[in-house]
Write a protein that binds this ligand. Structure first.
Ligand SMILES: Nc1ncnc2c1ncn2[C@@H]1O[C@H](COP(=O)(O)OP(=O)(O)OP(=O)(O)O)[C@@H](O)[C@H]1O
Ligand SMILES: [Mg+2]
Length: 460
């Protein structure tokens, strides 16, 4: 409850002098000091200050009430434009938290004169006290200081006419004002400390929240990244498996077509040749013209047979399973030499032997692709093929003296995938092997290696 609402009348009803009774303090007969009571009260205050600084101002006003013939006691602290009633004991207890204007109040007068003052009926000068209940008969106000600056007052009020303050009360209040200063400073320091602690706690919390938000972001980011990575890896594996499947299918298909050409078409051509031959023999004596034509047709048919055999053989090395990799390469190279004019050299380890199922075909296809590339792209008219076992690996090298593979072509080959260089890579990887491409402007060397596994040089 405040005595001074915002629209309170702040015009003095009377002069300060007319309401002051300070002189009476010294004229009235003074009661003797009760040091025992005073000391015990001060001791209680010191204990309260040490144990519960937040409530020490209330303890102080209780002590004023106890030591002085007062019926209300309080502590007013200057805060902005008001004197704030920080603690009140006694009959005016319900006014705690209220206050008076900093420029027009008993406290203001005490601070401006900077000494204790005894007031009579305060409402005579300060109109806003007229509603105070009970009204004030006398009020003794004593300033207190922090670092030499008056910051508030402690006060004792008598509401009955019988109660009068004297010089002993002034002495007591002065002694208590020193304690008020100490108590108030303590409260201030504690509030400041609390603010620091709570702002520290706030920043600590903020930091913790920021930290955990950051951590969440990082975690969800890395989870997404991991998921993406997994997806990419999965796709890469799928693509690789698909490529291998495709090549296996391609091999099977080539093999099927090769067999078809060799067995079915080849057999029919053989029959046709036999027919033509007997027809030609018959026609030899009777129809020389027809005989000549038939001989021509026989020749054509032989060419077709050759062509079909070559195609069949290119599509699938027909004897790979039977004669093994080295011989198959030799035969293939012989055919290529004839057809392309490439001077190809084979340097195969004499006891190279046989490789496990599938590996021979893989190396054969790599050799085939490399030599085709040499023929198509390198510009080289020579090539060297090396085949050996080394360190548990089967190694095939194809070298040319051409213009080398451009970086662009290498990149392109990598990104296209599935054919040529990339296809070779996949074939080898399927068996745990790898492809190494060394290329300079004066030539290219491709090195394919496959782990031999359990196979021996002698075979299977
Ligand atoms: N021995 C080589 N010398 C020079 N360039 C080469 C050689 N081998 C490959 N290249 C270059 O590398 C590219 C990629 O070769 P790759 O075998 O992967 O594909 P390709 O031969 O063009 O097509 P594909 O083999 O699918 O029919 C070629 O286009 C060529 O430019
Ligand atoms: Mg190629």
């Amino acid at each position: 409850m405040s005595l001074t609402p915002p629209n309170a009348d702040q015009t003095p009803n009377a002069s300060l002098e007319s309401v002051l009774l300070t002189e009476k303090l010294y004229k009235r007969p003074s009661r003797p000091p009760d040091y025992r009571k005073e000391t015990s009260a001060l001791a209680r205050l010191s204990k309260a200050l040490a144990e519960s600084p937040q409530t020490v101002l209330g303890a102080l006003t209780d002590v004023i009430l106890e030591l002085l013939p007062s019926e209300s006691a309080g502590i007013s602290i200057l805060a902005g434009d008001r004197f704030h009633w920080a603690a009140i004991s006694g009959q005016w207890k319900s006014y705690v938290g209220g206050g008076t204007p900093s420029n027009f109040s008993p406290c203001a007068d005490v601070l401006s004169l900077n000494r204790p003052l005894l007031f009579g009926r305060v409402e005579q000068r300060y109109p806003y006290y007229k509603d105070a209940n009970p009204p004030v008969e006398e009020a003794l106000l004593v300033p207190f200081f922090i670092e030499g600056k008056a910051v508030g007052t402690i006060w004792a009020a008598a509401h009955s006419e019988s109660r009068k303050f004297d010089a002993e009360d002034e002495r007591l209040m002065k002694s208590l004002s020193a304690f008020a200063s100490l108590a108030y400073q303590t409260v201030l320091s504690i509030e400041k400390l609390q603010k620091q602690v709570s702002s520290g706690r706030d920043s600590e919390n903020e930091l913790r929240e920021l930290n955990s938000a950051l951590q969440n972001t990082i975690e969800s980011g890395s989870r997404q990244l991991e998921a993406k990575n997994e997806e990419i890896l999965k796709q890469a594996t799928e693509l690789r498996e698909l490529t291998v499947n495709l090549m296996e299918t391609q091999d099977l298909e080539r093999r099927r077509i090769a067999r078809e050409l060799h067995d079915s078409v080849g057999q029919m051509l053989a029959l046709l040749t036999m027919n033509l031959s007997s027809m030609q023999k018959t026609a030899e004596g009777t129809a020389p013209d027809m005989s000549a034509k038939l001989r021509e047709s026989q020749k054509l048919l032989a060419d077709i047979s050759d062509e079909i055999r070559t195609t069949s053989y290119l599509l699938h090395p027909p004897l790979l399973e039977e004669i093994g990799l080295v011989t198959a390469i030799e035969i293939y190279m012989e055919g290529l030499r004839e057809r392309s004019g490439l001077k190809i050299d084979l340097d195969a380890q004499r006891d190279f032997g046989r490789l496990a199922d599938g590996k021979e075909l893989a190396l054969f296809r790599v050799m085939q692709e490399c030599l085709t590339n040499v023929h198509r792209h390198s510009g080289s008219d020579t090539a060297k093929v090396r085949l050996q076992r080394h360190d548990g690996q089967a190694i095939l090298e194809v070298e040319d003296r051409g213009k080398g593979i451009s970086l662009q072509a290498l990149d392109g080959a990598k990104s296209r995938g599935g054919v040529g260089l990339q296809g070779m890579r996949e074939r080898l990887r399927h068996f745990g092997g790898e492809l190494l491409v060394e290329s300079v402007p004066s030539g290219t060397r491709i090195r394919a290696s496959l782990p031999l596994g359990e196979t021996s040089p002698e075979g299977q």
